[in-house]
Design a protein around this ligand. Structure first.
Ligand code: NAD
Length: 485
């Protein structure tokens, strides 16, 4: 196991693995056992400098290639990822603890989708022609330069690819820093991009925690920073980027509402609530962790939900029958346990779960609180674990107002059979990524991102192109120039 998961070296820079053992050692712990499965070293200033220099060098030639040729490399990388889906999924499971049943379909597969989609778009990135009487203007879509990607630990392969694919399609180079909790998968993505024909230095991976992130952001060679992480980190990263007027994309946390009306198909609503709270053991930014249920169907909803949770199979994540894995780390399970204790202390009713599982690793039972009120800590703060808070409501206006009473705005969902209500409610909810009679779908064709404290910018879809390129406007005078003197 250790042999399989220990990477060749800590970093991937200029087309090859790179080690510098002067960097602080970072142990990689398998969440299902608590056992160390690899060690990497945080990037030293020398490694960061090498990565940025390589990226800057690679970027100018890459940007000059026809978009179609850039796209071909990304599409080839998508194909290799798909061929190695199982191997990548097993590594993702070791990196995060998520069950193989999930990683086989949601991680390398999503990364491949992004590479394929942006690979396909790369040849059609153009500016426009603007007629101005006899004169005219045109715009050119240009890359930003060297982009920095900084990842969270919940989707290490997907996050790296969701940033790399649009960045590279637009003609940028990238230095990616994975979360120090899950440093393994992005290295494989770098290997695959090289194998697919990406020039040395185009996509680099350096390890480390916040310090390495800050060193990257503040470097003058960097044009843009895309972060996936928490709101407190987002504040720091945005502020550091603002000092040099750098572009940013901020994919941050949430406390998203899921509204279930009495006319909803209750089984579908229960499925939606499960997907909105317990997939990846609740470690998903867009989760609908505030479930607002219309009073008349509250008892039926809770009864069906608790019944459905009997289908949870907690166990060895590498066993494909397992559908519920551990929390990512000892620290994360402690944070979530702290929130559960607060929920009980502040008077929420624990319907099910709430305890650590009696097994090695960081397993926590799927947890449901009912009778939650808007002022409770578990109603206001992002928990990032398998904890659902259920609130009752009487009518639509009340539900919408309470759903919007948060500083976050990443996602929102509604279950109802009334089509007018579905669109009216979604129109009134303050969130960037919404779902009607569904939850947590994230196809690459659909823009993904938040409003308010949940973020700035969008990932995926054509929208991401706007965030990895800039327009140059050119005015063309066809006649003489008239000057006043
Ligand atoms: P985190 O904010 O602790 O860390 C995120 C990344 O930022 C890590 O790579 C970390 O090393 C780095 N970092 C930390 N401090 C930094 C600093 N001062 N400067 C530069 N980089 C720094 O988040 P996490 O615990 O890894 O992930 C969980 C959080 O991520 C949750 O809040 C979750 O909602 C959010 N998230 C958001 C999305 C999204 O797309 N909106 C997706 C996944 C996770």
């Amino acid at each position: 196991m250790t042999q399989d998961t220990q990477p060749v070296a800590s970093h991937y820079v200029d087309g090859a693995y790179l080690e510098d053992t002067d960097g602080t050692p970072i142990p990689v712990i398998y969440a299902a056992t608590g056992v160390r499965i690899a060690t990497v070293h945080a990037a030293t200033p020398a490694v960061i400098d090498k990565a940025l220099a390589a990226a800057a060098r690679a970027q100018s030639d890459w940007a000059r290639l026809p978009g179609r040729e850039r796209g071909r490399v990304l599409i080839r990388a998508a194909q290799i990822l798909r061929e190695r889906n199982r191997e990548m999924s097993v590594l993702e499971t070791f990196d995060t603890g998520k069950p193989l049943q999930e990683t086989l379909v949601a991680d390398a597969a999503s990364a491949a989708d992004a590479l394929e989609y942006f690979g396909g778009l790369a040849g059609s990135l153009t500016g426009e022609h603007i007629p101005l009487g006899g004169d005219w203007a045109y715009t050119m879509r240009e890359p930003l330069g060297v982009c920095v990607g900084i990842g969270a630990w919940n989707y290490p392969t997907q996050i790296a690819a969701w940033k790399a694919a649009p960045a590279l399609a637009c003609g940028n180079a990238m230095v990616f820093k994975p979360s120090e909790v899950t440093p393994l998968c992005a290295l494989k993505l770098a290997e695959i991009l090289t194998e697919a024909g990406a020039p040395a230095g185009l996509f680099n991976v350096v390890q480390g925690a916040g310090e390495a992130g800050q060193a990257l952001i503040s470097d003058p060679r960097v044009a843009k920073v895309s972060l996936t992480g928490s709101v407190p980190t987002g504040r720091k990263v945005y502020a550091a980027a603002a000092a040099d007027m750098k572009h940013v994309t901020m994919e941050l946390g949430g406390k998203s509402p899921l509204l279930i009306f009495e006319d909803a198909d209750l089984d579908n609503a229960v499925s939606g609530a499960i997907l909105a709270n317990f997939y990846s053991s609740g470690q998903i930014c867009s989760n609908g962790t505030r479930v607002f249920i219309q009073k008349s169907v509250k008892q039926a909803f809770l009864a069906r939900l608790t019944d459905r949770l009997k289908g949870v199979v907690m166990g060895d994540p590498l066993d494909e029958a397992t559908n519920f894995g551990p929390m990512v780390s000892a620290r994360q399970i402690e944070i979530v346990e702290g929130y559960i204790a607060k929920g009980v202390e502040e008077g929420a009713r624990l319907v099910t779960g709430g305890r650590r599982a009696d097994r090695e690793g960081f397993f926590l039972e799927p947890t449901v609180f009912a009778d939650v009120t808007d002022d409770m800590t578990i109603a206001r703060e992002e928990i990032f674990g398998p904890v659902m808070a259920v609130f009752d409501f009487e009518d639509e206006d009340e539900a919408v107002a309470r759903a919007n009473a948060t500083e976050f705005g990443l996602s929102a969902g509604v279950f109802t059979r009334d089509i007018s209500r579905a669109h009216r409610v979604i129109g009134a909810l303050k969130a960037g990524t919404c779902f009607i009679n569904s939850y947590n779908d994230a196809p690459v064709e659909m823009p993904f991102g938040g409003v308010r404290m949940s973020g700035v910018g969008r990932e995926n879809a054509k929208a991401a192109i706007e965030h990895y390129s800039q327009l140059k406007s050119v005015y063309v005078r066809m006649g003489d120039v008239e000057a006043p003197y």
